[in-house]
Design a binder for this molecule. Structure first.
Ligand SMILES: NC(=O)c1ccc[n+]([C@@H]2O[C@H](COP(=O)([O-])OP(=O)(O)OC[C@H]3O[C@@H](n4cnc5c(N)ncnc54)[C@H](O)[C@@H]3O)[C@@H](O)[C@H]2O)c1
Length: 253
């Protein structure tokens, strides 16, 4: 028997933006937020995937819209966040889930500056730009901003040099924004998941194997992957006013 762990109704009346909502943890978050009663804006570099995610949210009765955005391009981020605010009639929570994993299993001597810059641009500059342009919509509404990091770069290292560095940087960004924005009534968290079964993780395991990682260790990780839905339900909780007393970094399996 499958157990339904959705926190029904927690987001009734809340307007939630999910950045990176077309796939994996973000897609599970769009579904969970819609099931919990939120109106949802799905933002993603994959415009078709974002539109499909919004359709899935509407299929469970939620109000939902989609916009294409590359989080590394400031003008696109500003337009997408402002557009989402117009579509939803305001924003109560921004859940920044978008990210990339590249360079899995590469020795630091093999990491090119180009690869480093690509990963840092999406995983660190992206959340900075989203935060920068979300704040004007969140101020004065008990707004919530959650940046999805990773245990990599915070609790343990990563198999990818740029990925681990980017997630450590994101953690510092979230701590700094939490301190700066709290007086403005905005609650900021970093959410750090463990290894989760998503397209990113499947690509990452394949890359690790291709780059000569220990096959047994990769198989162990593969066998223990968590579910995107479990991270999504935590994001729904954090987006809800029931979490107003929660501070700081939140970890999930
Ligand atoms: N899967 C895991 O094991 C795991 C563990 C810890 C943290 N995370 C983090 O969770 C987040 C989601 O990962 P996932 O595993 O669901 O990955 P995923 O690849 O399934 O989804 C990532 C989404 O981000 C979008 N995206 C990528 N680059 C973008 C850009 N420049 N602009 C806008 N959107 C962009 C993609 O189109 C995709 O829809 C990431 O930040 C990842 O680092 C994942």
């Amino acid at each position: 028997m499958s157990v339904d762990t959705r926190p029904a109704g927690l987001l009734a009346g809340r307007r939630v933006v999910v950045v990176g909502g077309a796939s994996g943890i973000g897609l599970a978050t769009v579904r969970a937020a819609a099931a919990a009663g939120a109106a949802v804006a799905v933002l993603d570099a994959d415009g078709d995937g974002a539109a499909t995610a919004a359709e899935q949210a509407r299929a469970v009765g939620a109000s939902a819209c989609a916009r294409r955005v590359d989080v590394t391009v400031e003008a696109e981020v500003a337009a997408a966040v402002d557009g989402a605010a117009t579509d939803l009639g305001g924003i109560d929570a921004v859940l920044h889930v978008a990210g990339v994993m590249r360079g899995q299993g590469l020795d630091v001597r093999e990491v090119t500056a180009e690869l480093w810059s690509q990963v840092l641009a999406v995983n660190l500059t992206g959340p900075f730009l989203v935060a920068k342009h979300a704040v004007r919509h969140l101020t004065g509404r008990s707004g919530v901003l959650v940046l999805v990091g990773s245990k990599a770069g915070v609790l343990n290292g990563s198999g990818s040099v740029p990925y681990g560095a980017s997630k450590g940087g994101l953690h510092g960004l979230a701590l700094t924004l939490a301190r700066q924005l709290r007086p403005q009534g905005i609650r900021v968290h970093a959410l750090c998941p463990g290894d989760i079964d998503t397209p990113l993780m499947r690509r990452s395991l394949a890359e690790a194997r291709a780059n000569g990682a220990d096959g047994e260790r990769v198989a162990e990780i593969e066998a223990a992957l968590g579910r995107p839905e479990d991270v999504a339900s935590t994001l729904v909780l954090l987006a809800s006013p029931v979490s107003d007393g929660v501070v700081g970094t939140v970890h999930t399996g």
